[in-house]
Each structure stands twice: as structure tokens, then as C-alpha cells.
Write a protein that binds this ligand. Structure first.
Ligand code: HEM
Length: 411
């Protein structure tokens, strides 16, 4: 039995603002055994130093181990529906040496250079999305902007034909709007996975210069990705790169709208075309209210001591990135949003061998998105009372359901 101490976790108030609870945990129970909404018990790690160490600790496995049988099948740990959809062999679920091999193969196809070459396309996408509402004077920045942007971006990068991208938008919508309801997410995962399998099969005979063709081509000492592995990889790129980016843009814009003096700084950098300052600003938005609260699951593959707590073999551990990134032991004045912050070794993209593979793409999308919004909507403001903002309180991810804004319409 776990004795509940301290603040309530995972309720509605927590979803709107988890930071006071995280501050309490960091101070009083830095490695805390909590009952998650699914009923599973897990250790929450909230201090920066412990979090960074845990993320790089090889004794903490990504393989669900003893949890795989019952809990994994019902989506209580891992990605809901993934067992039924057979997408188990992806990066976030495996350890070395398999992880090393798969990561090397996908890195060969998903290079920073490929992402950099993609910049004009991302800028075109952000421009087109803002065209859709700039003349109207009001918009929901989640539904009309932050949500479609990463779907179209990743679909383009993977090489999903334009005609099929609306299907992805629909499936992604099912994933987002039914999060918490397992069946809907499972169905969406299954459809995406089925489609990607067929697409890979089709492309094998007609390789192009898209990322899926790159995955099919990728080989390592003569070893190639199997069709199954390539489909799992394409799926995890979509899955890992979707809700994260939606929430980085959504949480980031909300943070700016709540801090007018920081918003003014960002506007000045956009006007001056100061991409280096904007790049730093995106890192600070990620530290201040990043989309990933808890790094994905880890399981102790042997007994270990973490922050003074004994963790038994097989027990799940969740590293609370959002708490670590507000740790006063690591960041000066951590609750202050400072877009000019220089030393910013935040854990928003994780750390160690599972460090976010899509970070260059996420950075590009966020920079382009904020730039376009600030340039085109000069007097943008929140259109509702802040108490009316609703949060999607998933376990791993945190973001707004909608961000209604108003502004002077473009002529
Ligand atoms: C891993 C954050 C966008 C692909 C991770 C991890 C974090 C993270 C924290 C590590 C999880 C762990 O250690 O348990 C983010 C954030 C993003 C973002 C905050 C956006 C703001 C993307 C994008 C893609 C992507 C756009 C791809 C298109 C991946 C992949 C992994 C990963 C494949 C697994 C890497 C591995 O296990 O080796 N991400 N991510 N992410 N991310 Fe991202």
C-alpha cells in the first residue's frame, strides 16, 4: 500500500498548474511512490540531479519486462493500443544492443541536414495555416495551427502522399481527443500502423528521397530494417513528434501571452530576424512549460537506490522532466520565464541514449511557428478568461485543449 502524502496529483487543478505540487515533491519527497490514474504504482523522480542520472542509468530499462503481460496489453503502461497494433519494436521500448542498432539506422535517414533542408517547407506550411485565419481576427491556435502543423510536417517528411494526409489528420485527432479513452487511441494507432505498413510495401519498389525510402534503404554492416521495423519506426516518429510539438507551440504561446514583456522581446527578435535569439527563446519555453512532463516509462532491471530510495527489481520509474527543469538547485530563479536565459541545460528532450531524435525538427517547427504567429498577429491576445482554459491531462504529456485568441484581422 502506498501512503498518499503531500499535494493531490493528477487531478484537474494539477493539470492546469502542476508546478506547486512538483516544488513540494522536489523538497519533501524527491523520489516518491505514487499511484497513477491507471492504478499502476510508480516512482516519480523530481530533482534535476536525480532525473539526469536516472535518464542515463543502464539499470533502468525501457523494456516493460514483467509489466508486459497484463498492464501493457491494456495500455496501462506504454503507448495505448501498441500491443494490439504490434508496434512493440520501437526506440522508446528497447534497450541496447537492439536500441543502438535501430537508432543508428534511423539516424542515418533522419539527419539534421535533412531537417535543415526541410525548413522552406515548414515555413510554407506555417504561412498557409496562418492564412486560414489571419483575416478573421480570431482563431483557436491549437485546433487551427499547432495541431495540423506537425502532422503535415511529419507526413511530408516521411513521404505520405498529400491525398492521404487528411486520413492522418483524422487519426491524429482521434488520438488527441480520445486520450484517456483507450479504445479510440488503440483504433487510431492500428489504422496508422496498417497504413504505414502498406505504404512501406508500396515504396519498396519505387524508392524516393523521402524519409520512409531512407528507412528502407538504411543499412548497417549489411543489416537492413525489416519491413516491420521500418513501419514501427515511421509510426514512432509520428507518435513521438505529434502531441509533443502541438503542446510545445500551445504551451509556448500561452506562456508568451501571459508574459507581455517577454512577448515584446520575442517580437523584437522576430522583426530583426534574430534567429539565434529565437532559438534560445524556444529552449526557454521548453524548460519553462515543456510538453513532456514525465519521460516515458523505465523499469528497474535490478534493485537500485535512487535519491536515497530503494527501488525494487521490476518497479516502474517515471522521471518528471517538468519538475527537474524548475529545480532551483540547477536553474537560477526557475519559475521566471526569461527568454534570454543563457545557460539552459534543460531536460525537455530527455538525456542519454534515448535523447529526442526529433529535436532538430521540433526546434525548427517551434521557431517557424512562433515567428509566423508573432509576425502576422501583432496584437494577439487570449480571447477567454484564463480560468476557462482547459488542459488535456494525459500522464506523459500536458497541453491545452484549445487556445482561443483574438487580434486585428489582416486586411
Ligand atoms: C524521445 C521530447 C519532438 C521523435 C524523446 C524523449 C523526450 C522527447 C523527452 C525521451 C523520452 C525518454 O527518455 O523516455 C520531445 C519534445 C518534442 C519532441 C519536447 C517537441 C517539442 C519530437 C519529434 C520527433 C520526435 C518532432 C520526430 C519526428 C522522438 C523519438 C524518440 C524521442 C524517435 C525516441 C528516441 C530513442 O528512444 O532513442 N522526445 N520530442 N520527437 N523523440 Fe521526441
Amino acid at each position: 500500500m502506498v501512503e498518499e502524502v503531500g499535494p493531490a496529483l493528477f487531478d484537474r487543478a494539477f493539470a492546469a498548474d502542476p508546478y506547486p505540487a512538483y516544488a513540494w515533491l522536489r523538497e519533501h519527497a524527491p523520489v516518491h511512490r505514487a499511484v497513477l490514474p491507471s492504478g499502476v504504482e510508480a516512482w516519480l523522480v523530481t530533482r534535476y540531479a536525480d532525473a539526469r542520472r536516472a535518464l542515463a542509468d543502464p539499470r533502468l530499462s525501457k523494456n516493460p519486462g514483467r509489466h508486459s503481460a497484463a498492464e501493457h496489453a491494456t495500455g496501462r503502461v506504454g503507448i495505448p493500443g501498441e500491443r494490439s497494433a504490434n508496434v512493440m519494436t520501437h526506440l522508446l521500448n528497447i534497450d541496447p544492443p537492439d536500441h543502438t542498432r535501430l537508432r543508428r539506422l534511423v539516424s542515418a535517414a533522419f539527419t539534421p541536414r535533412r531537417v535543415a533542408e526541410f525548413e522552406p517547407r515548414v515555413r510554407e506550411l506555417t504561412g498557409r495555416l496562418v492564412d486560414g485565419f489571419a483575416g478573421r481576427g480570431s482563431a483557436d491556435l491549437i485546433g487551427e495551427f499547432a495541431f495540423p502543423l506537425p502532422i503535415y510536417a511529419i507526413c511530408d517528411l516521411l513521404g505520405v502522399p498529400a491525398a492521404d494526409q487528411e486520413d492522418f489528420r483524422r487519426w491524429a485527432g482521434m488520438m488527441l481527443h480520445t486520450s484517456g479513452k483507450r479504445g479510440g487511441v488503440g483504433r487510431a494507432v492500428k489504422r496508422m500502423r496498417g497504413y504505414l505498413g502498406e505504404l512501406i510495401h508500396r515504396k519498396r519498389g519505387d524508392l524516393g528521397d523521402d524519409l520512409i525510402s531512407g528507412l528502407i534503404r538504411a543499412s548497417d554492416h549489411g543489416e537492413q530494417l525489416s519491413e516491420e521495423e521500418a513501419a514501427a519506426m515511421a509510426f514512432i516518429l509520428l507518435f513521438a513528434g505529434f502531441e509533443t510539438t502541438v503542446n510545445l507551440i500551445g504551451n509556448g504561446m500561452l506562456a508568451l501571452l501571459r508574459h507581455p514583456e517577454q512577448l515584446a522581446r520575442a517580437r523584437a527578435w522576430v522583426a530583426a530576424g534574430d534567429e539565434a535569439a529565437l532559438t534560445r527563446a524556444v529552449e526557454e519555453l521548453l524548460r519553462y512549460d515543456g510538453p513532456v512532463e514525465l519521460a516515458t516509462w523505465r523499469f528497474a532491471n535490478e534493485p537500485l537506490t535512487l535519491g536515497g530510495q530503494r527501488v525494487a527489481r521490476g518497479e516502474p520509474v517515471l522521471v518528471v522532466l517538468a519538475a527537474a527543469d524548475r529545480d532551483p538547485a540547477r536553474f537560477a530563479d526557475p519559475d521566471r520565464l526569461d527568454l534570454g536565459r543563457r545557460r539552459n541545460p534543460h531536460l525537455g528532450y530527455g538525456h542519454g541514449i534515448h535523447y529526442c531524435l526529433g529535436a532538430p525538427l521540433a526546434r525548427l517547427e517551434a521557431r517557424a511557428a512562433l515567428g509566423e504567429l508573432l509576425r502576422r498577429l501583432p496584437d494577439v491576445r487570449i480571447a477567454v478568461d484564463e480560468a476557462e482554459l482547459r488542459w488535456r491531462g494525459g500522464l506523459i504529456m500536458r497541453g491545452l485543449r484549445a487556445l482561443p485568441v483574438e487580434f486585428s484581422p489582416e486586411p
